[in-house]
Design a protein. Sequence first.
Length: 468
Amino acid sequence: MNTTLTTPLIEQLQAITGIPYVFTDEETRITYGHDETEDYSFPPTVVVKPGTPEEVSAIMKLANDYKIPVVPIGARTGLSGGALSIHGGIGLSMERFTSLEIDEKNLQAIAGPAVITQVLRDTASEKGLFYPPDPSSQGSCSIGGNVAENSGGARAVKYGVTKDYILNLEVVLPNGEIIWTGANTLKNSTGYNLTQLMVGSEGTLGIITKIVLKLIPKPTHNVLMLIPFFKAGQACEAVAAIFRAGVMPSALEFMERDAIDWGMKYLDNVSIDIKDEVQAHLLVEVDGNYPDVLFSEAEKIMGVVEAFDIDEILFADTEDQKNALWKLRRTVAEAVKSHSVYKEEDTVVPRYELPVLLEGIKAIGKKYGFHSVCYGHAGDGNLHVNIIKGDMTDENWLVEVPKGIREIFELTVSLKGTLSGEHGIGFVQKNYMDIAFPEVQLQLMKGIKQLFDPNNILNPGKILPDNL
C-alpha cells in the first residue's frame, strides 16, 4: 500500500470533489481519525468529502491505481474501530450523502448513508410508518454506518436488526465500478445475495452510496415496565421464562445495578428509588395496536417474574416517564465512559444461556482483577460487557485484561454464541476471530475480500486477524 499522498495526488482529489472538500490540516485529520472506540486515534493522511457516487467512483479508481488505502467514515459513533485509518491514506467522509425519500405506496425509504438513524425513524413515523432498528446512538449514528455494522438495538428482539430491512444497495467497488446489489422487492432469490454480503462488511468490500429500506406500519400503543431483581442471575433467567410463557416483547433490556446507578449519576433529571439489595433490572416493553392485548401480555409477564425474587414493578404511566426510562438505558455507555477508562465487549449467546454467561464474566473478572458493568439487549441474548480499569496498573490493563477478554469470548462461543451481536469486529476484535471460526472459514472470508479488493486498499486491517 502507498501510505503517502503527493501534492499531485492531492490536486487530483481536489479536481474530483472541489478544493473545499479536501482537507489536509491536522485538526481535521485528527477529528476524522477516531470514533467512540476507547481512546484510539489514527488520522488519515487526507480527508475527502465526496458528494455523488460518481465522485466516490473517481476517488476509488485513483486510489486503486496508486494503491492508496481508503477508509469510509460515517458519523464516527462506532465501538469496534471500524472507521479508523490505521494505515493512513484517504479518509472518505460520506457526510454529504443526506438524501431521504419515503415511498409511502411501497412502504420503503431510499436514504443516503449519512442520514441520521433518528431522522429516518422520525420521518417515517410522521407518515405512520416504522423503521424498527434503534441503536442506542440513534440520535447521532448514520444509517450507512448501521448497514456497515449490521446494527441492532433494543427492538431487535421482536423486529430484527438492520439486515432485515435492507432491500437494495448502491455500492462503489474498490476498482470504482458502481453497482446495485439487489432489487427494490420484498422477495428476491435471484443469484447470490450480494446485498446481505455488504451488510455487516464494515466498509471492507465496497462503499455504500444509497440504501433502499423496508418500512412497516407503526404500532400505535406500548406498555413499558421496569422490573427490579434482588439477584442478577435471576433477572437473566427470567428472560427465557418470559418467552416460554408465549409473550413476544418489543424490547427486553438487562441492566446490572452499577449500570443503572451510573446512568442516574450521569443524568441529573432521571431518578428512581432502588433498594440497596436490588442487583439488576429488566426493562420490558410490549407494543401493538390494541391496548387490551398489551395489558394482557403485561399481566402475563408479571405472572412470570413473580416466581423470582423481585421488588415492586414500576409501570411507566406517561410518555415523559417512558422517555426517561429509555434515556436512562440508552446513556449507560456514555455514563460508564464519563466515569472511567473502559473497554466494551459485545457478546451474544442464545438467551437461555445468559445466566451462565453473566456468572462466567464475573468469575473471569475476579481471576484477572477487573470489575465489569453489564447491560444490554437480553431479549436476544446480546450482553454488553464494560470492563472498568479502576485502580488497575497500566501493565495489568494492557497485559492481563486481553487474556480475560479472550476467556470471555471463549466462554461465549462455548455457549453457542459469538463475538459481536451488533458492534462489529473492526480493529479491536479482529485478533479474537480464531475463537469463533476455524481456519477454513477465515480463509473463505479472506478469499471474498481478495475477490472484491485484490489490492487491499479498502479499509485494510479490519475484521480479519493480522496473522491470516
